[in-house]
Design a protein around this ligand. Sequence first.
Ligand code: WAQ
Ligand code: MG
Ligand code: MG
Ligand code: MG
Length: 258
Amino acid sequence: MLKMEKLYSVRMRAAVGGAHEKGGKHISGGENLAYETELQEKADHLIKKAFLHQRGKPDFFNLVIENVKEPVCCSEPLLVSTYNVKDAKDGRITAEYLLQQCGLTNAVINKAFNILVSNFHVRGAILVDAQTGQRLDNREDQGVRVSQLDWRQNDFKNWCKFHELHENFRLKEALTLAAKVCRHSATIAELCWSDDPNYITGYVASPKRGYERITKMKEKGDEQGGRVLFIDPVQDVDAYVYYLEKKPFMIRNGGEEK
Ligand code: WAQ
Ligand code: MG
Ligand code: MG
Ligand code: MG
């Protein structure tokens, strides 16, 4: 019999030098969905993620657990392709090319890159108008954290096996986030690379082309990373932000058992 278990959103943010709002440096954030019986395990995962982070040891850690109030929406994983580039410069040129393929102009792409590189401290995503290249969210250093999202570990494992990819938690998190972002009709594209100093792979994702990994987006040791979401300015930005932060989302993949 199917049990209607309660689902919870689990969110974490960690900083050093005090809390984020007190000027601390962002170390790590994390968000997932858990049934009551999984709360301990999912909270443990986020504690480990924060306290074993490459960006440093936090002295501020905040965990929020909230009951999920809305129905969960689902979608399939995005199609994944990989571009092997020779260095970070080549990687960023590749990203520009892929963003052009999503219909964005060079002017908009350049503006967005400039916004991103002058806002690496932002701990969420920066929303950019796909038509003008202007920043659209008014969240300053906070940005917009895409939350209430998950991919069941076992489903991810099966998906990795099927696609002959290593089970890498960063890939899981990024693919889940990109799938949620790309499910919304206002999304034109997403550009991302990590702020973890030793993780240099980044991506461009779009509803049109899927998830396109780029093997080098920065040099090893560089702590600067971020996310830009290019959005259709005709749509309601507040409703879009609400979707990203508050609507529960789960990746659903099936039929990939090997
Ligand atoms: N919502 C919005 N923005 C976020 C979120 C979130 N939940 N999580 C991270 N960010 C922003 C924030 O500004 C971070 O500084 C930046 O993105 C990078 O986050 O192998 O690991 O979690 O295919 O460090 C991509 C490639 C890895 C994975 C990306 O990003 C692969 C990564 P990180
Ligand atoms: Mg992350
Ligand atoms: Mg990070
Ligand atoms: Mg950042």
